[in-house]
Design a protein around this ligand. Structure first.
Ligand code: FES
Length: 111
């Protein structure tokens, strides 16, 4: 796992808000749902809606376009959707928020 610092503590979104960031060549959404921080992909797999305009409800991220729902712990779409979103591990350290990315075998070969 490779960890990247994405935000200083003061930049972490307030409770029940979403912030878009860019890290390791990817755009992610940092979501604060009742003071629990989650990092997700930023675009909805249904039709590409941007999650930055979404909101949280009962532990799910709601896409603002067609209101598909995604579990903030597992990334799984609600029943019947048949899709999912990527959830990235987060760690709050003394100097800010970090997001972890799995290292693939080929990235180790070329780094
Ligand atoms: S684009 Fe997200 S629900 Fe349709």
């Amino acid at each position: 796992m490779k960890w990247f610092k994405v935000l200083n503590k003061a930049q972490i979104p307030n409770s029940d808000s979403i912030k878009t960031i860019e890290v390791n060549g990817k755009q992610l959404c940092i979501i604060n749902n009742e003071d629990k921080i989650t990092a997700t992909q930023s675009f909805c797999p249904h039709a590409g809606g941007h999650f930055s305009g979404g909101w949280c409800k009962n532990g799910h991220l709601i896409c603002p376009i067609h209101r598909y729902e995604y579990n903030l712990e597992t990334g799984r779409g609600a029943e019947g959707q048949g899709d999912y979103i990527n959830i990235y591990p987060t760690e709050l350290r003394d100097d800010g928020l970090y997001v972890g990315f799995e290292e693939s075998w080929w990235s180790k070969l070329w780094s």
